[in-house]
Design a protein around this ligand. Sequence first.
Ligand code: GLU
Length: 477
Amino acid sequence: MVRVRLAPSPTGTLHIGTARTAVFNWLFARNQKGQFLLRIEDTDKERSKPEFTANILEGLSWLGIDWDEDPTIQSKRVNEHRAAIQTLLDRGLAYRCYASEEELATMREVQKAENRAPRYDNRHRQLTTEQEASFQAEGREAVIRFLIDDGEDIHWRDLVRGPMHWRGADLGGDMVIARRAPADQIGDPLYNLVVVVDDAAMAITHVIRGEDHIANTAKQLLLYQALELTAPTFAHTPLILNAEGRKLSKRDGVTSINEFRSMGYTAEAIANYMTLLGWSVPEGMDERFTLMQAAEVFSFDRVNKAGARFDWDKLNWLNAQVLHGLTSQQLLNDLSPLWLEQGWSLPEDVNWSLALCELLGPSLTLLKDGIDQAEPFFTCPELEDDGLKQLEADRAKQAIGELVQSLENDPWDGHDTSKAQELLTNAASKAGVKKGVLMKSLRAALLGRLQGPDLITTWSLLARVGQDLPRLKRCFT
Ligand code: GLU
């Protein structure tokens, strides 16, 4: 059975890169009828916060990503991690390194001056018992390092990138697997070690993560070997790049799923877009899909090796598609909380709100466009320059005056729109203007400007809540 996992560190809110990794893991798991698990990598005690864990879980749920089993909490498994380190020490595959931070800094400076890549020079790999004893007598603490021979040849077949090859010499020397601690203890276990121990314990069959982890994979494969554990299959997904082709980072502004959400993007569009960031749809399939639809056909041979450039236009297009596909009721469910947040009160007649959603829906790109566009239906907008200019046009106000008079004699409740047409025709002819002129002026009077949605529907909605006449009358004050 395929078992994959997302292993977020709860040191920040759900990041788009993590969410995209989650999507690929989930798609593969669901495609393979396997399981998608979560592991909260909270071993960085200072930076990990429970509210970030909550945010990550909530964000995944919002995106439509569900997981199997309770999340594994990495910090609770520290005994297993330490046991694995002890095994490596016992097997002579790991050792204590007493080199101080200053000594290591000096070592790196020398390397730099000689134009060599910085690496640990394995200086404490073969300390004698006497040397160890004298470091301990000095009161030095030690990190624990895992032996990486320069001559190691590490090979794996990556599901995205094909055959991969890494040399031990390029891994920076013997790797620290436990933080500095008194020499009779094992300090805090570190990332590469704990990931291997946990992935093995969770029976993970496929590790799917960003390509920034490729060097870690090489190191982890050596650890699997040393601990006599079966290594999973690896798939390294392409990075998300900004418009300039560099790795998307905090500097690019929006990177947290929260932020996309508060900008008015729907979960469906974000999930859809993240899938397209690195995966191309099979021929004949629409680029607009649900995660479930993508899961049915997902495979790694359609995951690109090259980085995926973030394209706002495409995301906006997808979001608009999603919004345009919603029923008025669904749109109302999403929009009414935003409207209430503005302090607007919705009329009792829910059909009015539904009709407003039907009117605005087709022109929305972001959900929050539904705030700006609905505003003139809840509060009377100021007359803007273009609106004022229109009302000053020849006999424009006269025509509005005729309309006001007809409405005062025979009020229109906004329901029968053929009546609206009739009212317009009559008022225009009485004032001696073209109907088009009156319609433009009516829009100016009702909305304050010349742009806006369908005029008759707009008028009808305002008439239903008794807001048309006051707006027409204000043109004369
Ligand atoms: N906690 C690591 C991260 O967030 C997990 C990487 C992995 O999937 O192994 O980058």
